[in-house]
Design a protein around this ligand. Structure first.
Ligand SMILES: *[C@@H]1O[C@H](CO)[C@@H](O)[C@H](O)[C@H]1NC(C)=O
Ligand SMILES: *[C@@H]1O[C@H](CO)[C@@H](O)[C@H](O)[C@H]1NC(C)=O
Ligand SMILES: *[C@@H]1O[C@H](CO)[C@@H](O)[C@H](O)[C@H]1NC(C)=O
Ligand SMILES: *[C@@H]1O[C@H](CO)[C@@H](O)[C@H](O)[C@H]1NC(C)=O
Ligand SMILES: *[C@@H]1O[C@H](CO)[C@@H](O)[C@H](O)[C@H]1NC(C)=O
Ligand SMILES: *[C@@H]1O[C@H](CO)[C@@H](O)[C@H](O)[C@H]1NC(C)=O
Ligand SMILES: *[C@@H]1O[C@H](CO)[C@@H](O)[C@H](O)[C@H]1NC(C)=O
Ligand SMILES: *[C@@H]1O[C@H](CO)[C@@H](O)[C@H](O)[C@H]1NC(C)=O
Ligand SMILES: *[C@@H]1O[C@H](CO)[C@@H](O)[C@H](O)[C@H]1NC(C)=O
Ligand SMILES: *[C@@H]1O[C@H](CO)[C@@H](O)[C@H](O)[C@H]1NC(C)=O
Length: 561
């Protein structure tokens, strides 16, 4: 209890504050540990490492009261077992089952066994529409890109030379536990093996097969599940549809049952707090079988922006999370649409929409189960921490409400950047996570961290763990770009900022986020950086962590491990 606040508040209040903070801390910490274990089966070292101020939230964790919650967290994008991610349509039935890779292997057997050999007489050119050319590409990809699940190839088209073809396909990364698909198109150079069948002798890099990128929907073989064929600009991820749904007619509005949470004390808190609270509200709505009224406007805590150190309002939910997925798996309505329709109805009709205002979180979801009012409006006007949304899900309610983690995925637009970075390295890279920032400066809690992550020590330690001249991705919260220059004598060093063009003013990300922001440019902020950095880290073949691998200091400060 020694870290509790000065006694300016009544003791009971203070205690509640402390306990709730602790519980949240314990919970969030457990989630992170669990996430990492689930993904990698390696010792945990989650994102918060890279977001220094966030760690404050998690540093006091003595009580394990939230441990039980881990069991209900096993559903989200990151919590799915990897094996299951390919198969289960249970969570997002809207997407087709990717079974193509299995089919592909079968068809290979079929072709190699029963098709006559090619003549080796025409060495100079390859017939790109010959199925055997595609087959050679499939074989090559399977052999070379082991971390990728290949889906839905399109018929190859001519490359720039007679012995080249450009091929486009969609894929999943085995290390990403959602079944979202990404697109790649590459240029392949062909030769013949001793049996005179096609063989890939060279494949060019990520997105090199530019002749194939436009070919979707042409040649009569548009893939299933892509949606209506649209004329898309090059490379744009035309699959993202995160438009705000409207309720349509007034009658539709009136027929609905809503759960509406006013903004509470959660506003401008850290992102983990946001998720924990948001999913409580959404979980209650699901429990009550109501549509959740959702504020898409997020306030990004100053902790993600140490330089300006200012909370930033007006961030769109869709910058960070996958709204399309959310729309598919949960019943939600955007707050602005909802309020507009509500006012319109009340103006136009004698009988107003019946509303029940719920002033305290102490009114439990179970007590509201029978309520027939069209709108349940939870208001969070009490002083902190009584005004946190997640308080609704505490106590007895925790037994009834399950947070729908499966509904919350990371933004596909951010994941496109992750995919692009790892794809540009052909998924053939190792990574080191270098935690510095506040922790490195705090010699009391982390006495050796600064020294152990100094350029010379880094190089010395990495030499023992990573082969020279490998691609080495450095995920870090160290702001000084040239800090890692020493590593360049041994490795091909990659840093997030090397990929600036992926969110720069000529990028797809820039264009698309701008559209979400009424035509104003969106900053690639601290939280996005951490999200992308971390996801790239997870895709590495070999991963070196700061704690456990680089330093003997404990992750949470002295004497915590
Ligand atoms: C820790 O948990 C126990 C029961 O699990 C509880 O009695 C105690 O008050 C908790 N302590 C704090 C500081 O939350
Ligand atoms: C997939 O998940 C289900 C539960 O959702 C589990 O019973 C099953 O064993 C899992 N399968 C694999 C291959 O992990
Ligand atoms: C290329 O292969 C396709 C499919 O096997 C075939 O229809 C076509 O005639 C071939 N073209 C040439 C020039 O051989
Ligand atoms: C591809 O190249 C071959 C010859 O190299 C040519 O006959 C064929 O018309 C080309 N196909 C397209 C779609 O340009
Ligand atoms: C060539 O054919 C022989 C006999 O069918 C087979 O054993 C061999 O593996 C083939 N070579 C290649 C490179 O496919
Ligand atoms: C499209 O591709 C599938 C296999 O992926 C094939 O069965 C089908 O015949 C093709 N359709 C056309 C019109 O080429
Ligand atoms: C996007 O999704 C909404 C439903 O959420 C649908 O009404 C709309 O037609 C879709 N837009 C496109 C371009 O597919
Ligand atoms: C949930 O609500 C919908 C429509 O509001 C209704 O059709 C459905 O039967 C309800 N389900 C339960 C379990 O109450
Ligand atoms: C972004 O938008 C501009 C103008 O709308 C367009 O010229 C450019 O090609 C777009 N860039 C990408 C990568 O989509
Ligand atoms: C990092 O440390 C862990 C635990 O000691 C170990 O299992 C892992 O192999 C180490 N990683 C590397 C790349 O050496």
């Amino acid at each position: 209890m020694k870290e509790s606040n000065p006694a300016t508040e009544p003791i009971g209040h203070n205690l509640v504050n402390l306990i709730s903070n602790r519980c949240f801390a314990v919970f969030a910490f457990s989630v992170l540990i669990f996430t990492v274990i689930a993904i990698t089966y390696q010792p945990p070292d989650p994102w918060l490492e890279s977001a220094p101020a966030m760690t404050k939230l998690f540093t006091q964790r003595e009580n394990a009261t939230f441990k039980n919650d881990i069991s209900i967290l096993r559903t989200g994008e990151d919590f799915l077992p990897v094996d299951n991610a390919t198969a289960t349509p249970a969570v997002a039935p809207a997407l087709p089952n990717p079974t193509t890779d299995v089919l592909m292997e079968k068809s290979e057997v079929f072709f190699t066994n029963s098709t006559p050999k090619l003549g080796c007489d025409d060495f100079e050119r390859v017939n790109c529409s010959d199925p055997r050319a595609l087959l050679a590409v499939k074989k090559f990809n399977l052999r070379v890109f082991k971390s990728i699940v290949f889906l839905e190839y399109q018929t190859p088209v001519n490359g720039s030379k007679p012995d080249e073809c450009d091929v486009s396909w969609r894929f999943r990364n085995k290390k990403e536990n959602s079944w979202r698909k990404y697109r790649d198109f590459r240029r392949f150079k062909f030769g013949f093996d001793e049996n005179c069948s096609y063989k890939v002798v060279h494949a060019s890099g990520w997105h090199s097969g530019i002749n194939a990128r436009r070919s979707r929907g042409r040649g009569g073989n548009a893939t299933r599940g892509v949606g209506p064929a649209r004329v898309a600009p090059p490379i744009r991820d035309e699959e993202i549809n995160d438009t705000i749904p409207s309720l349509g007619s007034e009658m539709n509005f009136r027929k609905g049952r809503y759960l509406y949470y006013s903004r509470g004390g959660d506003y401008c808190k850290g992102m983990n707090h946001y998720m924990w609270s948001f999913l409580c509200g959404l979980g209650e709505a699901m429990y009550l079988n109501r549509t959740f009224v959702m504020d898409l406007s997020i306030c990004l805590s100053a902790t993600y922006n140490p330089t300006a150190n200012k909370d930033e309002e007006g961030k769109d939910f869709r910058y960070y999370f996958d709204f399309e997925h959310l729309k598919e798996v949960a019943s939600i309505v955007e707050e602005g649409e909802f309020l507009r329709d509500w006012r319109k109805w009340d103006r136009g009709h004698k009988r107003k929409v019946p509303v029940r205002k719920v002033v305290s979180y102490k009114t439990t979801p179970m007590q509201l189960k029978k309520d027939r009012n069209a709108i349940l409006w939870r208001q969070f006007d009490a002083p902190e921490p009584e005004n946190y949304w997640y308080r609704v899900c505490e106590g007895q309610a925790a037994k009834y409400i399950q947070r729908p983690w499966h509904a919350l995925w990371k933004s596909k637009r951010l994941m496109n950047i992750v995919t692009e970075i790892s794809g540009k390295m052909d998924w053939d890279f190792d990574a080191v996570h270098v935690v510095r920032g506040e922790k490195a400066q705090n010699k009391e809690l982390w006495p050796h961290l600064d020294y152990d992550t100094s350029p010379d020590m880094l190089l010395q330690k990495l030499k023992g763990m990573i082969q020279p001249w490998r691609n080495l991705y450095v995920a870090t919260n160290e702001p000084f770009y040239n800090y890692f220059d020493k590593l360049r004598s041994q490795y091909k060093v990659h840093l997030l900022d090397d990929y600036k063009e992926l969110w720069g003013s000529t990028s797809e990300w820039y264009n698309e986020t701008k559209l979400l922001n009424d035509g104003r440019a969106v900053e690639f902020d601290g939280y996005m950086r951490v999200a992308v950095d971390t996801e790239v880290l997870y895709r590495a073949k070999k991963r070196v962590e700061t704690f456990y691998n680089l330093t003997k200091d404990c992750k949470d400060g002295i004497n915590t491990c």
